[in-house]
Design a protein around this ligand. Structure first.
Ligand SMILES: [Fe+2]
Length: 173
């Protein structure tokens, strides 16, 4: 079993982030690029419990309607190596990953749900799944992964797309 459940409350910030006013996010960015592109997140990133410079950062912003999933709905692991397109979970590393969610829908791990507004540590071996939104809302998701495992992408880190997951049974407008 990996180090699940090590949730650390983020320090209280004086103002809430207005996610509707942010960029779509960043993709595999160094923390300096994250803060340059999304300066409203600087105070929150300052509460990160590790050395932010040693991590590669992703941010995704979603506008959700009821029944939309902001992340993969089925049980899966992050950063699983593939060979010829096929996942090889037995090759998963113990790389340090952290996530932070602004609010529901909450990501579910095998042992329970991640709490909103807390830094939560996991690894590529920890299965989890997205859950559907119950409301009309904006949601911010932040993920940091050990940069020795995955170095920041050089170049433009501004995220261009942010998908939701649906099926025809659940689609509504
Ligand atoms: Fe995931």
């Amino acid at each position: 079993m990996t180090d699940l459940g090590r949730a650390i409350p983020a320090a209280t910030t004086t103002s809430e982030i207005d996610w509707s006013a942010q960029h779509c996010g960043v993709h595999q960015a160094h923390v300096s690029e994250l803060v340059r592109l999304m300066p409203d997140l600087a105070a929150l990133i300052a509460t990160f419990p590790g050395d932010a410079n040693r991590f590669t950062w992703d941010v995704k912003v979603h506008m959700l309607m009821p029944r939309m999933f902001p992340c993969i709905p089925n049980w899966h692991r992050d950063f699983i190596p593939r060979e010829s397109g096929v996942q090889r979970p037995e090759l998963a590393s113990d790389a340090e990953i952290w996530m932070w969610l602004s609010g529901p829908p909450l990501t579910e791990f095998r042992n329970g749900f991640v709490r909103a507004k807390q830094w939560f540590r996991f690894t590529p071996k920890d299965e989890h799944r997205g859950t559907p939104s119950g409301d009309f809302c904006w949601r911010g998701f932040i993920r940091a992964v050990d940069s020795e495992f995955m170095p920041p992408k050089i170049g433009d880190n501004l995220r261009r797309h942010s998908q939701v997951y649906l099926d025809s049974e659940n689609y509504m407008w």
